[in-house]
Design a protein around this ligand. Sequence first.
Ligand code: ATP
Length: 320
Amino acid sequence: MRTRRLLGVLAVVPPPVTVRVPSKVNLHLAVGEARQDGFHELSTVFQALSLTDEVTVAVADEPGVEVIGEGAAEVPTGPSNLAWQAVQALAEHVGRDHTEPKIRVVIRKGIPVAGGMAGGSADAAAVLVGLASLWRLEVGRDELAGVASKLGSDVPFVLQGGTALGTGRGERLIPVLSRHQFHWVIAFDRRGLSTPKVFEELDRLRAEGDPPRVGAVEPVLEALASGDPRQLALLLGNDLQSAAISLRPGLRRTLRAGVNAGALAGTVSGSGPTCAFLCTDAEAALRVAAELAGAGVCRTVRVAHGPVPGARVIGGEEAP
Ligand code: ATP
């Protein structure tokens, strides 16, 4: 066990804590009209995927955030990093000073940045779980979820994981029964898309015409309960897809290429531009991924499965 001098007293330094946190795909995303507060009312079915970030929180002499891995150069390391905002929010919530001892956060990104897969939200959720463990806080998951919802609409879901129906801004969650492991191929685009810009584009398209809207959510919940990927594939839908395609027309080609490669169906994930393709099984996903990687329509291709659990400690010690 390491020790360090704190306010002139020799103190035990807790070991670093590493948390693995999932990304999300929206199986169904219905966008209502813009509210008074500028947010849109959403009804969405999230699934947590095995495409993950790993976040380590540690006591260190040099505080702050370090980002490595997928898209790291595009992620801010200052106060606008959502992971750092999570440090501040949890410290404030429990009335603790995060500057003595100082906290350092290292993010290993696997989730595409600005990809519509809740990468920043995932890092914030991971920090909540990691710091609660590092500081040995007696806070339950419900209390952490309360802090999470103030940080962003998707933070409570990646904290919880699994499959869930989200309403409000997406932060009010009801777990959904999902019997089956679903197998996905994920296509990363060359650049990200800004979530607010995609919502603005949807408002513009709706003011001008009538872009397609998803159907009712109930059949999606039934398909999840049945566990049949073919049934679910017919029901994947996202109201933001037309807006994402309007801003990034090349996505149409990516979506076609995934289906031509043998996927059951493809959808833009959240605000995009990442596309997610549902496949029959793990082997089919590997075949689709190989073919899609050779089609030259995207930057990187990954396979993933879901549902997986939310943010979980994988190194260091669990909170008592
Ligand atoms: P969502 O699906 O929740 O709408 P997203 O996956 O499209 O989000 P993020 O990866 O969360 O997008 O990034 C959106 C922006 O947030 C980035 O362009 C980046 O500037 C900023 N950001 C702040 N903190 C982080 C973080 N820890 N990881 C990634 N991006 C971050």
